[in-house]
Design a protein. Structure first.
Length: 324
């Protein structure tokens, strides 16, 4: 299944980030989330004046945020650890130290990985112990339990227990946590049910519809994929990612090709954000639609545009090779 579980240490930037933490720390974390969610150089540089205004543990925390956004995970962890040592009762500092440690796990020497994994789990647990209403470290624990082997504390049941606690604090993020558990357990019906439940509770939220589209396309359930996209289009007709999704469903299903092409053409007028499909992907999808129509020349032109924009786009390179 191509649906991907949320990255283990990614934050959901919805709801309250903190429980009982002071407003001052809340402000720092908001700044950290902004630069982590959108780590473009301009946003990273915009953090520097705030760093220079702060001192002590607060400055160390923000330096860690900048280094994390720059993917310098070891130095980021060192800065977060300084903040933790200066203020060991601060749940936010523990969470971000755990997050930076977790980012290092997959990149570290195999001999260091178990220790880093245990540190990650331990810092998340400390954050929860210090502030039981702080959702982010509970989400971190869900992802940790889903990805870590049992000998360092992983397990589906533990993840499910944390999802239950998150749902008590924030129903939307709890629903997303349940969906991640279902995905990890390869429970497709559970995954669909979790997102249908989110749609029922939060009908204006885009993400559950898009996941349903992804799931149904993977299952080649074209009618159900179109149903999900139709429902989403009714509530968010002008949202760029909805336009791309319409084009994707058309390209993969071979149905409603005119609608799909039109949507992708409108999407091309938009400048994609870092978390949105690239224009190279849009050209690839247009090539798929042209190929469905038997228009090899138009397909080739679109695939060539995609590979020019993104030489690493494997799907477009393979499609182009198929036409030659």
């Amino acid at each position: 299944m191509r649906v991907t579980v949320l990255p283990i240490f990614a934050l959901l930037a919805t709801g309250n980030m903190l429980g009982a933490q002071a407003d001052g720390t809340r402000e720092l974390e908001r700044a950290c989330i902004r630069v982590s969610d959108d780590p473009r150089p301009a946003n990273i540089d915009a953090l520097q004046p705030l760093i220079e205004r702060e001192t002590g543990d607060r400055a160390a925390f923000l330096r860690g945020c900048r280094l994390l956004a720059e993917q310098k995970f070891g130095p980021a962890g060192a800065e977060f650890e300084r903040a933790v040592k200066a203020d060991p009762a601060n749940a936010v500092y523990h969470f971000w130290f755990g997050r930076a440690s977790g980012e290092q796990v997959a990149r570290a020497n195999p001999f260091r990985q178990p220790g880093l994994a245990r540190r990650t789990k331990g810092e998340f647990e400390k954050a929860v112990a210090l502030d039981s209403a702080y959702v982010a470290p509970r989400e971190g624990l869900v992802r940790y339990y889903l990805l870590a082997p049992r000998f360092v504390g992983g397990g589906i049941d533990r993840a499910r227990q944390q999802a239950e606690e998150i749902a008590k604090l924030d129903p939307y993020r709890g629903g997303m946590a349940y969906a991640n558990v279902a995905f990890a357990a390869r429970d497709t019906l559970g995954l669909i049910g979790a997102h249908e439940g989110l749609i029922t509770q939060f009908p204006d939220s885009t993400a559950p519809y898009l996941v349903l589209v992804d799931v149904q396309l993977t299952r080649k359930q074209w009618a159900l994929a179109w149903s999900a996209i139709d429902r989403l289009e009714r509530i968010q007709p002008e949202l760029p990612v909805v336009l791309y999704a319409i084009g994707r469903v058309a390209a993969e299903s071979g149905e409603q090709l005119d609608r799909g092409e039109s949507a992708l053409r409108f999407y091309q007028l938009h400048t994609p954000q870092p978390d949105e499909p690239s224009l190279a992907l849009t050209h690839w999808r247009l090539g798929m639609i042209a190929e469905r129509r038997g228009d090899s020349a138009a397909a080739r032109q679109a695939f060539e545009a995609a590979t020019t924009m993104d030489p690493n786009l494997k799907q477009a390179r393979e499609a182009l090779s198929r036409l030659k």
